[in-house]
Design a binder for this molecule. Structure first.
Ligand code: BTN
Length: 260
């Protein structure tokens, strides 16, 4: 497997950003970049500081799931201090930045599955986790975590074989993680700085969602809902038209497409 270095110098060298990724905390092996980023944010790390690891031993996914990130994948967390108004947009920014950078670096087209998975050919290639801490009605900090299956061979991991893919598996050749990270950081910064015009970020995100118009089953907390994924609101919630005609908004959940 390609051994591209993710050392701080190799990332910041020729990085086209003002602040995102200008400080890099790198570990060859770490439990989870989320935990480390949270610790750094609590100590007031500069906005845009990233924590990156070649390999995570206890990667975290949404809904208390584990996230597999062996060598060859990208595991990265970005520390931000957004306003409360902009907090719901972080998920949209991160998903769009992933889609754009995959396309720029590899030419592959990917889609967003609500709320925050990126798919290629209906299989998950990237997962995004946003964690934030509030102090009163202000955001103390937010961390965007991105896990991208880059050069792994999914056939080596039977536990995710039926649901996941990697850029290598889709493309048939290895991809530079460094180029992807640099592109990703530049895209995230561009979209983050465009947030005063949040409407356009929301619109592009909505247009990229494969979920809309489909019959879905959504597990939200202990409840299960079924209906048509009708739309998403600008705060990122999914509007589900249930079989009885009612429209329900959901902020988080686990979506399965219903095939019949
Ligand atoms: C999901 O799809 O459930 C979200 C997965 C998020 C994984 C990334 S990898 C980098 C960061 N560190 C973690 O432990 N998790 C996120």
């Amino acid at each position: 497997m390609m051994e591209d270095s993710l050392s701080p110098a190799s990332i910041t060298n020729s990085l086209d950003t003002r602040f995102i990724g200008q400080r890099v905390i790198y570990y060859p092996r770490l439990t989870s970049t989320m935990d480390m980023a949270r610790r750094e944010a609590q100590q007031g790390a500069a906005e845009g500081t990233i924590v990156v690891a070649d390999e995570q031993t206890a990667g975290k996914g949404r809904l208390q799931r584990d996230w597999l990130s062996p060598k060859g994948s990208i595991a990265l967390s970005i520390i931000l201090y957004p306003s409360l108004l902009h907090l719901p947009f972080l998920i949209m920014i991160a998903s769009l930045a992933v889609v754009h950078s995959i396309e720029t670096v590899t030419g592959l087209k990917s889609q967003v599955k609500w709320p925050n998975d990126v798919l290629i050919n209906s299989r998950k290639v990237c997962g995004i986790l946003i964690e934030s801490e509030m102090r009163g009605d202000r955001v103390d900090y937010a961390v965007i975590g991105i896990g991208l299956n880059v050069n792994l061979r999914i056939s080596d991991y039977p536990e995710i074989l039926s649901i996941a893919t990697s850029l290598y598996d889709e493309l048939g050749e290895e991809v530079s993680r460094l180029s992807l990270i640099q592109r990703l950081l530049a895209e995230i910064e561009r979209l983050y700085l465009s947030l005063p015009a949040a409407e356009s970020v929301y619109q592009e995100w909505r247009d990229r969602l494969v979920t809309l118009g489909k019959k879905v089953r959504v597990k939200s907390g202990e409840n299960m809902y079924e209906g048509i994924a009708e739309s998403v609101t600008s705060d990122g919630s999914l509007l589900l038209r249930q079989l009885d005609g009612s429209l329900t908004g959901m902020v988080a959940g686990d979506v399965t497409l219903v095939v019949n």
